[in-house]
Design a protein around this ligand. Structure first.
Ligand SMILES: NC(=O)c1ccc[n+]([C@@H]2O[C@H](COP(=O)([O-])OP(=O)(O)OC[C@H]3O[C@@H](n4cnc5c(N)ncnc54)[C@H](O)[C@@H]3O)[C@@H](O)[C@H]2O)c1
Length: 358
């Protein structure tokens, strides 16, 4: 069993070889950059050369903490720096399309944050421009690199649980929405900003569903304007059924974040450690019960990496590997357009009260 697990964990390894390093500039110096992007790159040994933010104090402070030598007063100035080869964007979604298009115009490769955009039209426009330029553009859907999820994906690929019939993710969280002032006024919130990670992962496992149905609600007294509780269901032509349920106003003090995959020959179950006490988090857990391997009952897989910061090594590493001609981006913009389409189909279902065919 340990030998079999070593094959799984080798596939989850997160490193950025020095040969893949490029000159990186970051646009945005907010919570996710200082809490996840920059700690991840430091851990991986990837230097960052420049940073900017409309709040210059934030850019300055991030530069001092993470040893970044060039601090620009605007994104325009950073993009005009001919040395910069890759631009890492992490600003609120409404701001991202203009910056991404300007980065492509300046000839830079890009790692964009999720959500790629708030509209399908903007996503399609950015993907078309990326294709025209031939530059490499990834989207930071780093749950695809979180070890619990990535190891489960590999187990499914290897056929350990046979033909998959069902997938579910359920989270009950006391989300600190006050950390994101731009999120408080968003009319579309939970699916677009948080559960997009789960919806993207469902697509990573199974591709495009044939039909989705979603409902959404709020809790009296909640701070954000948008929805904070959603339940989304998916039906696939293959017969796979998937469920994503998220509640962000949990007053019970018992945060949970669980996922489960069932198949004809076994099951996989796990937890997303980060969400038990965000942003500090803990390791994921992952267990498998398989008639194929076979296991004798449920067997724990030893997760040693975290969603924050480790998985952020994966998204940047995969863009840099693609630029070096040594791999494909795991979450390229061409694929992420379909995550944005799916998100909009879910909102259409919420707004019409009907299932939506894709
Ligand atoms: N991948 C993930 O797991 C994850 C987690 C948290 C946030 N995010 C995403 O990252 C983005 C940023 O989130 P955050 O938590 O850092 O928010 P934040 O509010 O802490 O930081 C956003 C920063 O962007 C800056 N900014 C805004 N517009 C700008 C512009 N035009 N040019 C330069 N800087 C600009 C702001 O001044 C601020 O410092 C959001 O889109 C969010 O959805 C992703």
């Amino acid at each position: 069993m340990i030998d079999l697990f070593s094959d799984i964990s080798a596939g989850c390894e997160l490193t950025i070889p020095i040969a893949h390093h490029k000159v990186v500039g970051v646009i945005g110096a907010g919570g996710i950059v200082t809490g996840a992007h920059l700690p991840a790159y430091r851990k991986a040994g990837l230097p960052v050369h420049a940073i900017t933010d409309i709040d210059s104090e934030k850019a300055q402070s991030a530069a001092e903490e993470f040893n970044i030598t060039r601090v620009y007063s605007s994104a325009k100035e950073l993009l005009a720096d001919p040395d910069i080869e890759v631009v890492d964007i992490a600003v609120p979604a409404a701001e991202q399309p203009a910056l991404l298009l300007a980065a492509l115009e300046a000839g830079k490769h890009v790692l964009a944050q999720k959500p790629l955009s708030t509209t399908v039209e903007d996503a399609l426009d950015m993907a078309a421009k990326a294709q025209e330029t031939g530059l490499h553009v990834g989207v930071n859907q780093q749950l695809r690199f979180d070890e619990g999820i990535a190891a489960a994906h590999r187990m499914v690929d290897l056929g350990w649980i046979g033909k998959v019939s069902g997938f579910s993710i359920t989270v009950n969280l006391d989300t600190p929405w006050h950390l994101w002032d731009w999120a408080l006024s968003m009319p579309r919130l939970e699916v677009l900003v948080h559960s997009i990670h789960y919806h993207d992962v469902v697509r990573w496992f199974f591709g495009e569903p044939s039909k989705v149905f979603a409902v959404a609600g709020r809790t009296d007294g909640q701070a954000p304007v948008g929805e904070t509780r959603t339940a989304s269901t998916y039906l696939y032509d293959s017969g796979v059924v998937a469920l994503v349920h998220a509640n962000h106003v949990n007053h019970g003090g018992d945060n949970t974040a669980e996922f489960r995959i069932d198949g004809s020959e076994g099951s996989i179950r796990g937890t997303l450690g980060l969400l038990y006490d965000y942003p500090d988090g803990r390791c994921d857990t992952l267990e498998v019960k398989s008639n194929v391997v076979p296991t004798d009952g449920w067997v724990p897989y030893p997760v040693t990496q975290r969603w924050i910061p480790d998985a952020f090594i994966g998204t940047m590493g995969s863009v840099l590997a693609a630029i070096a001609g040594e791999g494909e981006i795991r979450s390229p913009i061409s694929d992420n357009v379909n995550t944005i389409r799916l998100i909009h189909a879910l909102y259409q279902s919420i707004e019409t009260g009907s299932a939506v065919e894709l």
